[in-house]
Design a protein around this ligand. Structure first.
Ligand code: ADP
Ligand code: ZN
Length: 213
């Protein structure tokens, strides 16, 4: 099963992708996570991506397309994969089409986790992530039992550098201008579905599983 999970920043696609990965035993390929790792490592890709990520703009298509085309050729993707945060432009969607047909692969589901902008700003500016296991928390909606510590593993909770209000507003603007058109691209292909990302997290997961079977 090859799946694309779409949605605006903060819609919860990362959290849902993690849960789907666990349930269906396929890897979550998050371009955001891969780029953050590249920035932290100071690699060539990281150097190219850093400024765009800090301002909430998109990293160039050639950089992310390069990352994904290498990644989907790895062994663990043979049984399927979840694309989380990619494609984010129509050009990326077209490039993905090209690389998949070369490998005789196809996308089975494209699902958009929809949510409205004001809720997204509140969600993102309060969120924290465990630096060890990746579990997400929120300073109002999902408080950790101990301050700045992960309930699951005790790891330190971190806030992303781009999760401040100014950058979030830019990420939303970029989403509407450059990523929302990708929905039309997949609607035309007939593989597109939407779930309501304003539901409680477990209900979003339920809606996704109902589609995936
Ligand atoms: P978000 O919560 O905004 O969905 P992500 O973790 O997916 O965050 O991505 C964080 C940042 O990484 C984006 O704002 C962008 O700069 C960069 N990025 C991630 N995926 C892509 C992509 N497919 N194309 C271009 N830039 C990307
Ligand atoms: Zn943890």
């Amino acid at each position: 099963m090859n799946l694309i999970l779409m949605g605006p920043p903060g819609a919860g696609k990362g959290t849902q992708a993690r849960r789907i990965a666990e349930k269906y035993k396929i890897p979550q390929l998050s371009t955001g996570d891969m780029l953050r790792a590249a920035v932290a490592a100071g690699s060539d890709v990281g150097l190219k991506a850093k400024a765009a990520m800090e301002s909430g703009s998109l990293v160039t298509d050639d950089v992310v397309v390069g990352i994904i085309s290498d990644r989907i050729k790895e062994k663990d993707c043979a049984k399927g994969f979840i694309l989380d945060g990619f494609p984010r432009t129509v050009a990326q969607a077209e490039a993905l089409d090209g690389m998949l047909s070369k490998e005789s692969l196809k996308i089975n589901h494209v699902i958009d986790v929809a949510a409205d902008d004001e809720a997204l700003v509140t969600r993102i500016t309060g969120r924290m992530t465990c630096s060890k296991c990746g579990e997400g928390f929120h300073k109002e909606y999902k408080k950790p039992k101990k301050k700045n510590k992960c309930d699951l593993c005790g790891g330190k909770l971190t806030t992303r550098a781009d999760d401040n209000e100014e950058t979030v507003r830019n990420r939303l603007k970029v989403y509407h201008e450059q990523t929302a058109p990708v929905i039309g691209f997949y609607q035309e292909k007939g593989s597109f579905k939407e779930v309501d990302g304003m539901q409680a997290m477990d209900d979003v997961f339920g809606s996704l599983c109902a589609i995936l079977g």
